[in-house]
Design a protein around this ligand. Structure first.
Ligand code: G4P
Length: 317
C-alpha cells in the first residue's frame, strides 16, 4: 500500500515562504543523502522555482559515498543549481555554504547587497542540527524584529550573509511509491502513517540487492552475499528476527520487532553506508508514478463528472 502522510498546517508555511521568497537570493534545500530525490519537495520548487538553488545532501556520513558523488554530479549539472555533501560531524559547515551561495549569486555580497538565503527541508533531515551549528554562539533571531515574522528565524552567518529558516513544514504529496517507503525507512514519516513490517520488507528488498554483504554481516546471518540476495524478503526478515531473538513463542518470529530492528539498523548506520536510490532509478520511478497519478486523476475527474465537460471548460483551472 502506498504511503501518504498529511502533517497539516502547511498553508502557513506556504504563505510565509511565498512572502519571503521575493527578497531571497538563494534557496538551500536540505536533502537526505540516503534518499536525495525522495526527500526533496516538489512543492518547494513551485514556490521558489525561479531562484538559484543549493542542494545540501545532508547525513552523508550514513550514505554510500559513491552514490553521493553520483547525486552531486546529477544536481550540479542542473541549471542554476549547486550541490554539496554535508554531515553533522562538520563543525564549521558555514564556509562551504557561504562559498556555494556566492557562486550561485555572485552579484550579492557586501553590506549594501547582503546575501539572503532561505533554508528548507523535510522533517528529520537534520535542519535543526545544522542551524544550531551555524548559529553557534550567535543568537538566532526570531519573531520580534521588524521584517521578521513571528514564524521565522534569521541567522546572521556574516555581516553580509543572512540565513532565513522556513517556519513549519512542507510535506510532499507522494506520487512515487518507492519514495514513500524510503521516507518511512529514513524516519521522516510519522509512525502512525505506515506499517513497520511493510516498510522493513521494502527496505530489505533493496538492501539485499545492493548491500547484501553488509546486511549478512550486521545480522550475523552466516550466509554469503549471493545467498542473501536470492532470499525472499519475508524469509530474510524471519531470519533476522530469529538471529536477534525476536520470538513470540512456539518458534514464531515477532515480525513487528524484527521490522523495527531492521529499520533501526538502517537509520543508525549500523547496516553500513547505504543509499536507497540512484538518479537513474529515481527517474524511472518518477515516470511510473506520474503515469499512475495521471490515471488516478483522470478516473477521479471522470467519476466527479468533470470528464464530461468540453476540454475548453477546463482550460486555466
Ligand atoms: P530536523 O530539524 O530536520 O527535523 O532534524 P534534526 O536536526 O532534529 O535531526 C534529526 C535526527 O538526525 C537527529 O537524531 C540528529 O541527531 C540526526 N542528524 C542530523 N544531522 C545528521 C548527520 O549529518 N548525520 C547523522 N548521522 N545524523 C544526523 P535523533 O536520533 O532524532 O536525535 P538525537 O539522538 O541526535 O537527539
Amino acid at each position: 500500500m502506498a504511503i501518504q502522510w498529511f502533517p497539516g498546517h502547511m498553508h502557513l508555511t506556504k504563505k510565509a515562504i511565498g512572502e519571503r521568497i521575493k527578497d531571497i537570493d538563494v534557496v538551500i534545500e536540505l536533502l537526505d543523502a540516503r534518499l536525495p530525490a525522495s526527500s526533496a519537495n516538489p512543492m518547494l520548487a513551485e514556490l521558489t522555482g525561479h531562484k538559484p538553488g543549493l542542494k545540501v545532501l545532508n547525513k552523508q556520513d550514513l550514505a554510500d559515498p559513491e552514490r553521493t558523488q553520483q547525486w552531486l554530479a546529477h544536481y550540479n549539472a542542473l541549471p542554476d543549481t549547486r550541490a554539496i555533501g554535508l554531515d553533522a560531524s562538520q563543525t564549521t559547515p558555514a564556509r562551504q555554504l557561504v562559498e556555494a551561495c556566492h557562486a550561485l549569486a555572485p552579484n550579492r555580497g557586501g553590506m549594501a547587497k547582503p546575501m539572503r538565503v532561505l533554508i528548507c527541508g523535510i522533517p528529520n533531515v537534520g535542519k535543526s542540527t545544522l542551524i544550531n551549528t551555524l548559529a553557534g554562539g550567535r543568537k538566532a533571531k526570531t519573531g520580534d524584529e521588524a521584517g521578521i515574522t513571528k514564524l521565522e528565524q534569521r541567522i546572521t552567518l556574516a555581516d553580509d550573509f543572512y540565513l532565513w529558516d522556513t517556519p513549519g513544514m512542507l510535506w510532499p504529496r507522494i506520487i512515487v511509491a518507492k519514495s514513500g517507503y524510503n521516507l518511512a525507512a529514513s524516519g521522516a514519516v510519522g509512525r502512525n502513517a505506515f506499517d513497520d513490517e511493510e516498510v522493513a520488507l521494502e527496505l530489505l528488498d533493496y538492501v539485499k540487492r545492493h548491500y547484501a554483504k553488509g546486511l549478512a554481516a550486521r545480522f550475523k546471518l552466516d550466509l554469503d552475499a549471493a545467498t542473501v540476495a536470492d532470499m525472499q524478503d519475508e524469509e530474510l526478515l524471519d531470519a533476522i528476527g530469529r538471529k536477534r531473538g525476536a520470538l513470540l513463542g512456539k518458534g514464531r518470529v515477532n515480525l513487528q520487532k524484527a521490522a523495527e530492528i531492521v529499520m533501526h539498523a538502517f537509520r543508525d548506520g549500523s547496516l553500513g553506508r547505504i543509499t536507497l536510490e540512484t538518479p537513474e532509478e529515481f527517474a524511472a520511478w518518477l515516470a511510473e508514478g506520474e503515469q499512475l497519478d495521471a490515471e488516478r486523476r483522470a478516473k477521479k475527474e471522470a467519476r466527479s463528472g468533470k470528464g464530461k465537460r468540453a476540454p475548453a471548460a477546463d482550460a486555466g483551472t
